[in-house]
Design a protein around this ligand. Structure first.
Ligand SMILES: Cc1cc2nc3c(=O)[nH]c(=O)nc-3n(C[C@H](O)[C@H](O)[C@H](O)COP(=O)(O)O)c2cc1C
Length: 206
């Protein structure tokens, strides 16, 4: 059966720079034989975590919106590609809403000790991030929440592609190096022959 790769685009800008890189990565995954799906977070209605702690009893989020549908897709996938622009030194607000709703997953794993997958699945994910400024350090503030998010989704963090100095819509199209790396990253992620890299890949185009 084909590897299922879910791409999550978290920019509010349709076909923005991070989204174009994500689409390239999904193209690479398709070339490796994967079945891919592209999900645009802005097309869904997601509230922030209400901090009600209902999930501390059940491990499930009690807020009724589109989160459950997205969670189902994330649990169904073998591979995740998470794409975000850098907004004020971290992920987009849309991405943060989704990450915070993962509190119920944190509860499942660390309080209720109820794993999502038994036996464990081979699930892997990568991050794609773009920023307009010259800053390099800001990408650490993007990697960290995504690594935590993947952990509670039981997804091995396999690496990141971070590109700076990309600002106007479509500017990434003038960066063939970044487009090529995204394609390669997607292909690598979907390849069934390739094991997990010993250390997460850190592709930085600064
Ligand atoms: C609200 C907002 C905050 C931003 N903050 C940063 C920032 O902290 N660092 C940076 O490098 N770029 C920042 N940018 C620029 C975007 O990261 C940049 O334009 C990027 O290419 C947008 O990607 P997208 O087209 O995928 O949305 C910001 C842009 C906006 C709209």
């Amino acid at each position: 059966m084909a590897v299922k790769v879910l791409g999550i685009s978290t920019s509010p800008r349709r076909e923005g720079n991070s989204d174009l890189l994500l689409r390239k990565a999904l193209g690479g995954a398709q070339q490796a034989g994967a079945a891919t799906e592209h999900l645009r977070l802005c097309d869904y209605r997601i509230e922030g975590c209400h901090e009600c702690y209902d999930c501390s009893q059940t491990g499930d989020c009690s807020t009724r919106d589109d989160y459950q549908a997205i969670l189902d897709k994330m649990l169904d996938a073998d591979r995740l590609v998470f794409a975000t622009p850098v907004f004020f030194m971290t992920v987009s607000a849309q991405a943060k809403l989704l990450i915070d709703r993962g509190q119920c997953l944190w509860v499942r794993q660390t309080v209720l000790r109820r794993p999502l997958f038994e036996p464990k699945h081979d699930r892997r994910g990568v991050l794609i991030a773009v920023g307009g400024s010259r800053s390099q350090r800001q990408f650490d503030c993007v990697r960290q929440p995504i690594q935590g998010f993947f952990k509670y989704l039981e997804v091995e963090y396999a690496g990141s592609l971070c590109v700076n100095q990309v600002d106007e819509k479509g500017a990434i199209l003038k960066r063939p190096d970044a487009l090529d790396e995204a394609f390669r990253l997607g292909r690598m992620l979907a390849s069934t022959e390739m094991g997990l890299p010993q250390r997460p890949l850190k592709i930085e185009l600064f």
